[in-house]
Design a protein around this ligand. Structure first.
Ligand code: FAD
Length: 312
């Protein structure tokens, strides 16, 4: 019997952990190397609704997204996963917004309940991954299948990793690791506030000022921003503006702020990079980064393609 290849994954955000689970549960020996783990990564700052946003190209993003939708909808049947199904109400401030074609069949409603601040909207039922639960759930699944995690480990060169195959899920870190000048940090800031009364749907408006409200198991995410910037520190003025706009839309008093989070969405101008290439020493690396504002939305579809590329 030939031994299965040893896999080294760089990154323990949603992309690295999902790939880790997929390989480890199929019997591969997998080690994840990462500076930060789970909730400490950009993935831990995400609202993490399923919805394709700020990622290219559409002809790949939509199929990866639809594959991920199916897996997350299955996971929503397991309360331990932190995944649930939620009504996402998407609004615009002027004109008429319509549900995209690919959303048909997801319990789409052409007219979301009217909200005074918006001109029109639609509603669609989508998976929501509560990052405070889901990332630990992935880590747990990975470790239960004998996956190993080397935390606080910075990888300077992909060639340094001792393994048969490298999977690069470094998010914005791939700028240095893969010397990729196409990556652009799309900075997002959010405020975490206590649960809002009986709010059970997510409210999103992509028109400026970008705003979203996402009720989770134990709290609520108020967002947001999307600017090209490397600043990973929360800006107090931005938090104030986010909380003011979300409270105005919900027609509530401004809630207490529990936490502020910032993450750098790994947007790649030429599109998500999911491809196999040779390292200088002849071994292979599969790159899986550049998911922009859709890392959760694409996670399982991309991990499946990484797995298939590994076998070729
Ligand atoms: C405010 C905000 C809201 C968002 N909302 C959504 C949403 O609703 N839905 C959605 O689908 N997506 C959303 N996103 C986008 C999503 O968070 C990202 O696409 C996703 O987190 C990218 O995951 P990743 O695992 O590829 O990268 P990351 O989560 O950034 O993880 C990268 C990993 O690589 C490690 N790493 C990097 N370089 C090195 C190195 N040299 N050596 C060792 N380790 C390294 C890091 O430590 C980390 O572990 C949002 C993002 C933000 C910021």
């Amino acid at each position: 019997m030939t031994a299965r290849p040893q896999i080294a994954i760089v990154g323990a955000g949603v992309s690295g952990l999902t790939c880790g689970v997929l390989f480890a549960e199929r019997g591969f020996s997998v080690t994840i190397f990462a500076e930060q783990i789970g909730s400490a990564t950009t993935s831990g700052a995400a609202g993490a609704l399923w919805f394709p946003y700020d990622a290219e190209p559409a002809h790949k993003v939509i199929p990866w997204g639809l594959a991920t939708y199916r897996t997350l909808a299955d996971l929503a049947k397991d309360p331990r996963s932190g995944v649930s199904m939620i009504d996402l109400r998407q609004y615009c401030r002027a004109g008429k917004i319509e549900a995209p074609d690919w959303a048909r069949g997801f319990g789409t409603d052409e007219a979301a309940e009217p909200l005074a601040s918006f001109a029109s909207g639609f509603s669609v039922r989508v998976p929501l991954t509560d990052t405070t639960i889901y990332l630990d759930y992935l880590i747990d699944r990975f470790q239960k299948s004998a996956g190993k995690i080397k935390a606080n480990t910075r990888c300077e060169k992909l060639e340094d990793l001792e393994c048969d195959l490298v999977v690069n899920c470094a998010g914005i870190g791939a700028r240095e690791l893969a010397r990729d000048v196409d990556l652009e940090p799309h900075r997002g800031q959010v405020a975490i506030v206590p649960k809002i009364g009986n709010l059970t749907c997510a409210i999103v408006c992509d028109d400026a000022p970008l705003m979203y409200v996402i009720p989770r198991t134990n709290d609520c995410v108020f967002g947001g921003t999307n600017d090209v910037s490397n600043n990973v520190n929360p800006e107090p003025e931005t938090t104030k503006a986010i909380v003011a706009e979300c409270s105005r839309v919900l027609n509530i008093d401004k809630p207490r702020i529990l936490r502020e989070r910032v993450g750098l969405r790994p947007f790649r101008k030429s599109g998500v990079r999911l491809e196999k290439e040779k390292l200088r020493d002849g071994r292979s690396v599969i790159h899986n980064y550049g998911h922009g504002g859709s890392g959760f939305t694409l996670s399982w579809g991309c991990a499946q393609d990484v797995f298939e590329l590994a076998g070729r």
